[in-house]
Design a protein around this ligand. Structure first.
Ligand code: AMP
Length: 283
């Protein structure tokens, strides 16, 4: 695996290949990241991964300083996986003192995680746009775990005319259902046990909606009632719920009775750790 530290290194490596597939990460790699790598390898044999904890996407009081950094272990995993190149930039080579920021449309970021984390998606869009211009990938893989992020990136690619195919990848979970995340490492044993309620709640909501749809009884209020009921259940299980909401997959707007392709999105804190999860359903 080639280690690329400068923008020039990446451009020279890129020039050797006709097609490349790109997997951007913040490191502390787990099986979720490796499933993106695997999907990227199906698209192209030339896979480049980046590891960069992007300061622009962290707000004040968030975990930028304590975010887990495990470069040696990450490199071993990427070598084992047969990755071709690893890009390890620093903030110094990427950003000016007063960085140029990409502003996603409010219709995509005013709600959900964008509401709870002002500036977050501006930071994500900015770093991903820079990586796209540096790496010039043919394909780029993003996890559905960060569902709103995936929509922001897809929208950016379309709006800014990047000639890149975005490949969404399904959420990788631990055996008990917990969605894998670098932030799971912050959980105590007790919190981890509590956290299982998150995916269980999503699956319970999914079955209720599928049941409703069978009986042809859906009105938009059914969704609201279900959100309220299940939010209370999560709160009773020790969560502080930022949102638990049933949305249309494409637009992320509140689901209406006639919508067929839905996603149930949740962000909730257990202790100090904010967890994200979601489940798609087609009714
Ligand atoms: P991160 O390192 O957390 O920024 O994540 C890098 C990429 O991996 C993003 O596209 C995430 O959506 C994706 N990812 C993180 N966790 C998972 C997971 N459990 N399953 C699938 N993709 C994931």
């Amino acid at each position: 695996m080639e280690i690329l530290k400068s923008i020039e290194d990446v451009r020279s490596w890129r020039a050797l290949h006709q097609e490349v597939a790109f997997v951007p990460t913040m490191g502390n790699l787990h099986a979720g990241h490796l499933s993106l790598v695997k999907r990227a390898q199906e698209a192209s044999k030339n896979v480049i991964v980046s590891i960069f904890v992007n300061p622009l996407q962290f707000g004040e009081g968030e975990d930028l300083d304590s975010y887990p950094r495990t470069l040696d272990a990450d490199m071993e995993k990427l070598i084992d996986a047969g990755v071709s190149a690893l890009f390890l930039p620093t903030a110094e080579i990427l950003y000016e003192d007063d960085p140029f920021i990409i502003q996603p449309p409010q219709s995509l970021i005013a709600d959900l995680c964008g509401k709870d984390r002002p500036g977050h998606f501006e930071g994500v869009a900015t770093v991903v746009a820079k990586f796209f211009n540096i790496v010039e990938p043919t394909y780029a893989c993003f996890g559905k775990k960060d569902y709103q992020q995936l929509r922001v990136i897809e929208s950016m690619v379309s709006a800014l005319n990047f000639d890149i195919k975005i490949i969404p990848v399904a959420i990788e979970r631990a055996d008990e259902g917990l969605a894998l995340s670098s932030r799971n490492g912050y959980l105590s044993n007790k919190e981890r046990a509590q956290a299982l309620l998150l995916s269980q709640t999503l699956l319970a909501m999914k079955s209720e909606i599928e049941g409703l749809s069978k009986d042809q009884k859906i009105v938009t209020n059914s969704y609201q009632a279900l959100e309220v009921k299940m939010t209370a259940l999560l709160q009773a299980g020790g969560f502080i719920v930022d949102y638990l909401t049933i949305r249309a997959q494409k637009t992320l707007k509140k689901a209406l009775a006639q919508d067929k392709d839905l996603v149930i999105l949740v962000a909730a804190k257990v202790g100090k750790t904010r967890l994200l999860d979601n489940v798609e359903l087609n009714i």
